[in-house]
Ligand binder design. Structure first.
Ligand code: SF4
Length: 327
């Protein structure tokens, strides 16, 4: 028995941040040992929201590929590629769109939410509505057994499964319905205390220098009740403390907790310590990133090899798809 197949994608919309790294990407890195993994940079998905001005897309894709390799995605273990380099994604998207009822897409919870969130963009397009169909194609193309998802993405995966189920029913076939592998990681607060997200512009980009990381952490929101340095604070309501919880030792964590409550540590000192922990956590990442930036041929070769391998599998699936439809 070969390894099960795992499929996952990430959008190249802006610089990868600490929240992506600790959530999705570290999970990819640990799963690549156990599964035959297909990790794609989903530039076609990105196009659904940046189609009016895709001028930064090429650069963002490249930066993301470097970030992923520097994070530990290993091309010897996993297949890393740009989605648009495997044309079968678009082809299967078309076939699946034939069998997907419009009402299924219109009731996707994030559809209206995203349109409201990204008010400055016109997302009333056929491409944006069909985004979940493209996701279903991404998974089915590699006949994925497992898709790593956060809880909030479960409805998307369920819809992908529904689409495959309908396809199987209509054409009397049995393509697999992928299972979820739930990513368990506490949501990382952004600089303003909300969820860390590119849309909120509150992130710590992974490619930041140590100085930039320190400057960003110094801006982070703390316990609003602490006005003066010796006011007693409550670390449980402070974003900085969430980072200490993730990166600090138990001993230091207890110490900061006590000092904060007693008002015997200033927030600036506490933030400096936090920034040093993040800088330290990302040391290997920075080193590897510099290596890949200085060696563009290696990055090109990884992506080419990834696209070739992905295309082989995609072509096999498309042969079956066309055969069962009767084309
Ligand atoms: S001392 Fe630290 S934990 Fe307490 S409020 Fe300030 S930054 Fe937050």
């Amino acid at each position: 028995m070969g390894k099960k197949r795992l499929v996952s994608g990430i959008q190249p919309t802006g610089r990868m941040h600490l929240g992506n790294y600790l959530g999705a990407i570290q999970n990819w890195v640990s799963l690549q040992d156990d599964y035959e993994s297909f990790f794609m940079i989903v530039d076609l998905h990105a196009l659904t929201s940046v189609y009016e001005d895709p001028s930064q897309l090429r650069k963002s894709k490249r930066e993301l590929a470097i970030d992923l390799l520097a994070s530990g995605v290993d091309p010897e273990k996993a297949c890393l590629f740009y989605q648009s380099e495997v044309v079968e994604h678009a082809e299967l998207h078309l076939y699946l769109s034939m069998v997907t009822p419009l009402s299924w897409l219109e009731r996707v919870p994030t559809y209206k939410g995203k349109i409201a969130e990204l008010k400055e963009k016109d997302l009333h397009t056929y491409g944006f509505l069909g985004y979940p169909v493209l996701q279903a194609a991404d998974i089915l193309l590699y006949q994925g057994d497992v898709v790593p998802v956060g809880k909030d993405q479960l409805p998307h995966l369920e819809l992908a499964r529904q689409i495959v189920r309908r396809f199987n029913h209509l054409y009397k076939t049995d393509f697999p319905e992928a299972d979820e592998s739930l990513t368990h990681f506490p949501l990382l607060p952004g600089l303003d205390g909300r969820k860390m997200s590119k849309s909120y512009k509150n992130t710590i980009p992974l490619s930041s220098t140590p100085e930039e990381i320190t400057a960003l952490v110094l801006k982070m929101t703390t316990d609003p009740q602490r006005v003066r340095r010796n006011d007693p604070g409550n670390p449980e309501v402070c974003s900085v403390f969430s980072y200490h919880k993730l990166f600090n030792t138990e001993y230091s964590l207890k110490k900061i907790d006590a000092q904060c409550r007693a008002g015997s540590i200033g927030c600036v000192d506490c933030k400096q310590q936090c920034a040093a922990l993040i800088v330290d956590k990302l040391a290997t990442f920075r080193e590897k990133r510099a290596y890949f930036e200085a060696n563009p041929d290696i990055v090109d070769a990884v992506l080419d090899r990834g696209a070739k391998r992905a295309s082989e599998v995609a072509k096999d699936t498309m042969k079956c798809v066309k055969k069962v439809i009767g084309l």
